[in-house]
Structures are given as C-alpha cells and as structure tokens.
Ligand binder design. Structure first.
Ligand code: ASP
Length: 313
C-alpha cells in the first residue's frame, strides 16, 4: 500500500471508529430487554440480572434464553419441546452481537442449550452456522454432554395424540410454535439477540425454520437496532423479516413502524397469511422498542412487564 492510500484508509477507519463511538456514546440509560411470549418474563429477568451483575450484552441474551431452554414444562423450546412427526426433538438456535458477530446451531438432538452451542460457533470457529451431526460433534469436543433422545411425558402424549388425528402429515397452523427470541440493549447502547426453538411441532424430520437463520429469525446491528421473529418460520425466511425491520429502522423508521412493515411484507407475499401466525419484536439504538403480529394474541415481555402486541388481522 502506498503512503497516500495508507493515509486515506487510516482516515476512513478513524472516521468509522468515531462514528461508531458517537453512536454508542449518544445513548446511555437503562438496559432494555424484550422477548417473545409469556415465557419471556422469566428469560428477561435472567437477562436483566446478567446485565446488572456486569455481564456483557451477549452474556445477557444467552443467559436469558437458557432459562426457557431449561424449563421442563415448555413445549416449544429446549429438550422438552414437541417433536417432529417421527417423534424426534430437534433444536435450532442463533445468537448475534450488534458488532456483527453471529453464531448458529441447528438440527440438534440431545443438546440441552442450543444457544450456548451457537455462541461457541460464534466465538470459537471462523463459521456462522453448524448443523446436525457435525454441530453435535463440535459440542461434544467442547465439553457439552449430548443427552440420549427422549420425549418428555407431555410431549410424548401430545405426539401420540397427533399421530392418530393428523394421519402422519406435517401440520402448519397457528398453535404449534412459540420460539423465544430475546433482544437486549445495555446502558452503553450495545445490543445483542438470541433466538432458540424446538421449531414447528410435527415437522418433517430435517426441517429447519427461521429461528437459527441470521437475518430471518434474528438480526442485530449496533448502528441501528435489532429484530427477532416467532411464528411460521417458512414465511419469515421467505421475507427475511428481521432484516427488513432493521433496514427500515436504518432509514428512519421507529421500531414499531419497522415491525409493522415486516408483517405487511409477509401479508403481501402470502395469500394464506390468515392461516398462520408471525410475531416480531424490534429495538433500536435509542432504546425504543416495537412489536407487531399477523394476528391477535402475540404476547411479549418488555423488561419486567408482560404486554400484548397489536396485529394486522
Ligand atoms: N419460528 C419457529 C420455526 O418456524 C417456530 C416458532 O416460532 O415457534 O421453527
């Protein structure tokens, strides 16, 4: 590199560093945590506790959703989740830091905390996504115990019931899913997000939804904000819904407007939108938040408060 281009590059890098520093310094108030559904209340409490005790915003989002993953009564996140149509629980998760780092692990069997594996992918590998047997091997090599495949009593009962009623066809409706997506912003304006799920109940073995897909189920950028989705993953992947929300905020939308835009895009691209549910949450670097859904009934946790989002339909 000649001296002139070296100076130009250095000046450009310095300007970028200054603008990022301005972004972070311009904000600075209380931490903000939002997460999907009622189970977000317990997750938010753990995420806020992590922030208050000096943890990073990435620690906060991981510890938050770990609570949901470990809840033995939860039928849509973690090993107690409902299985695929073959009776096998497969789990998906991703994590993203607002500085652009991301990790994802999906189609996992017997891994109690997919979010921690996703974080390991982010921090210990040059990759973003590991899948199935390879991801499980990477987990074991890094000290994570893989549990034998087993259904909880409640999941087994529900699956057996489904087999008799649904005639072994995968079903896509508005009831059988409830991922946790959690977004956090610390007092310095740094943001991160985590998303983890057992996916659509009674899916075809091998199906992966939006939840572990960076840009679909989750997207975070410290320069702008973050967004996360829950609901029918196929519709969220097709529209890159979290990316839409973040990019709308980049060009001036509030988090609420951004969520509404993303939901409207799903409506526009799906003639059958009345048949399924999607909910989306967003936060921005100023500490504002938004929430919206296709249909009524999407609840979310805002710090320590449970709220219900507005809906398109
Ligand atoms: N988005 C998840 C999926 O499609 C389901 C959910 O939100 O519960 O796998």
């Amino acid at each position: 590199m000649d001296r002139r281009s070296f100076i130009a590059t250095s000046v450009g890098a310095a300007a970028l560093a200054t603008s990022l520093a301005d972004t972070i310094a311009a904000v600075g108030d209380d931490p903000l945590v939002v997460s999907t559904w009622d189970h977000g209340m317990a997750a938010n409490a753990a995420a806020l506790a992590a922030l208050v005790s000096g943890g990073s915003v990435v620690d906060a989002v991981e510890r938050g959703v770990m609570v949901t993953e470990a809840d033995p009564t939860n039928l849509s996140v973690g090993l107690s989740g409902l299985p695929d149509r073959d009776g096998i629980v497969t789990l998906d998760a991703c994590i993203m830091s607002g500085d652009g780092r991301a990790g994802s692990a999906c189609f996992l069997q017997g891994i109690a905390h997919p979010i921690s594996l996703a974080r390991m992918v982010m921090e210990k590998t040059p990759h973003v996504m590991l899948v199935g047997a390879g991801a499980e091997r990477f987990a074991r090599e890094n000290g994570i115990t893989q549990k034998p495949n087993a259904l909880s009593a409640e999941a087994k009962k529900a699956w057996e019931q489904w087999l008799t009623e649904k005639k072994y066809k995968p079903v896509i409706n508005i009831e059988n899913h409830d991922t946790i997506g959690l977004l956090a912003r610390d007092a310095q304006g740094r943001m991160a997000g985590a998303c983890t799920t057992s996916g659509l109940a009674y899916k075809i073995h091998g199906r992966v939804g939006d939840s572990p897909i960076i840009g679909a189920g989750l997207f975070v950028d410290d320069e702008v904000g973050g967004a996360t989705c829950t609901g029918l993953g196929e519709s969220v992947i097709r529209t890159s819904a979290s990316t839409i929300a973040v990019e709308r905020m980049r060009y001036g939308a509030t988090p609420q407007e951004a969520c509404e835009e993303a939901i409207k895009r799903i409506v526009k691209k799906h003639d059958n939108w009345k048949d399924f549910q999607v909910g989306i949450l967003a936060i921005d670097k100023q500490g504002r938040y938004g929430a919206f859904a296709l249909h009524k009934g999407f609840t979310y946790a805002l710090n320590k408060e449970l709220k219900t989002a507005g809906a398109y339909g």
